[in-house]
Each structure stands twice: as C-alpha cells, then as structure tokens.
Design a binder for this molecule. Structure first.
Ligand code: DX5
Ligand code: ZN
Length: 219
C-alpha cells in the first residue's frame, strides 16, 4: 500500500488550513511542504511560518522538501515550527552524513532527494541512514508539470537499492503524479506519492481526489 502526501504548492492559499484539513479527513497520510529559495530552483515559495500555521490544524506528519542551496541553514527553524521531517537534495549536500547525524541527534527524521538528472545510485551509501529517498519525477521548481518518461526505470533502480540496503526506507515520488502515473510509479516500486495539482487542481475537489488516489494506492 502506498501513502498519499498532498503537496500544498498548488493549494488555494487564501484557505490553506481548510484545504489541508479536507485532504487529511479524506485520508491523506502526511502533508508535503515545498520550500524554494530562488537559487536551487527558479522559484520562491514558503518558509517556517507556513509550517507553524499548519501545525495546530492537522495531526499528520508535516514533511518539508527543501529545494534550497543551503538546507543546513533552514533545518532547525523548520523543526522549531513543527515539522516532523526534512528532505534535502543530494546535489547540494553530496556528503550528507554530518547533517543526517545532526538531525537524528535532535530526534527528527531526514530524507534525501535527487533531481531527474542525478543518478539514483548516488543515494546508495546513505539509504541505511535515512527514512525516505525521494525520486523527483519532474524538474523541481513548479507544480503542474508532466511526469518524466524516464522515471519508472529510475524508480525501479532505487527500489532495488532500497530493498538491498534498508527496506524500511520509504521511496517517494514527486512531480506529475495523477491517477494514471500513480499506478505506474507504484508498479515501479514507489510507496509514497506526492501529489499537488492532481489533488488541489482536481475539478471534483481535493477530498474526492485523495479518495480516488487512496483506492489506487491500496491495490
Ligand atoms: C516540484 C515540487 C512538487 C510539486 C508537485 O518542485 O517538489 O512537490 O509541487 O506538484 P505536482 O503534483 O503538480 O507535480
Ligand atoms: Zn516536493
């Protein structure tokens, strides 16, 4: 069974709390918060203040995806605001062990992400130390892009490495996930689906979208 992580990047920010609650009531397992600094990706998004605002509203984990050049600078403020875990990019932290140890010493969780152009094999030495490996299935920076066709092969390779080194490590996919690509990603080995537009842009509304994804992910 795969978990559903709504990405709030494409939510209606004039009623963010309401929309997040709606997804959780419909069965969302965690909330994915996309943080962008205008350097690592050509877009700006949100900071710890958003996590602080959402923390009292839902009980599910708040997961922070740091698409920033200097993640070490922001990890502590996000945990202080109420985040449960952070995900940092291997491209900016090629030697992540000190950061991983620091986060574990604080009693929190850390995952590692790779962009579509980075071979998933770079994560291999660290899989036994992290709770989650994130395989980007679009170029990070914006919601609403199409699932890249090379993604299933990358997910399959990462699944193989996770099974070898740490089967408890979650395999998350992020970008262009809809009802169809959700099946493809799960078949390739993903067990956490980040979904932005597929939930908050669904004409039937976020609750129905989560329920539909839930039934796909439960098969
Ligand atoms: C992209 C972000 C994603 C994105 C997903 O840089 O990391 O989490 O918001 O949005 P969709 O589902 O619209 O691709
Ligand atoms: Zn993300």
């Amino acid at each position: 069974m795969a978990l559903i992580a709504p990405s709030i990047l494409n939510a209606d920010f004039s009623r963010l709390g309401e929309q997040v609650v709606e997804t959780v009531r419909a069965g969302a397992d965690r909330i994915h918060i996309d943080v962008m600094d205008g350097h690592f990706v050509p877009n700006l998004s949100m900071g710890p203040i958003v996590v602080k605002g959402l923390r009292p509203v839902v009980a599910v984990p708040l997961e922070v995806h740091l698409m920033v050049t200097d993640p070490a600078m922001f990890i502590e403020p996000f945990f202080r605001a109420g985040a449960d875990s952070v995900i940092v990019h291997q491209e900016v932290v090629p030697e992540p062990m000190p950061l991983i140890e620091k986060v574990h010493a604080a009693g929190k969780k850390i995952g590692l992400a790779v962009k579509p152009d980075t071979p998933v094999e770079v994560l291999e030495p660290f899989l036994k130390h992290i709770y989650l490996a994130l395989c980007m299935t679009v170029q990070p920076g914006f919601g609403g892009q199409s699932f890249l066709p090379e993604s299933p092969a990358r997910i399959r390779k990462l699944r193989e490495l996770i099974n070898k080194h740490n089967p408890n490590c979650e395999l998350e996919v992020d970008g262009g996930i809809d009802k169809e690509t959700a099946r493809t990603a799960i078949e390739a080995g993903a067990n956490v689906l980040v979904v932005g537009t597929g939930i908050f842009g669904d004409p039937a509304g976020p609750a129905e979208a989560v329920q539909a994804l839930r039934s796909i992910a439960s098969c």
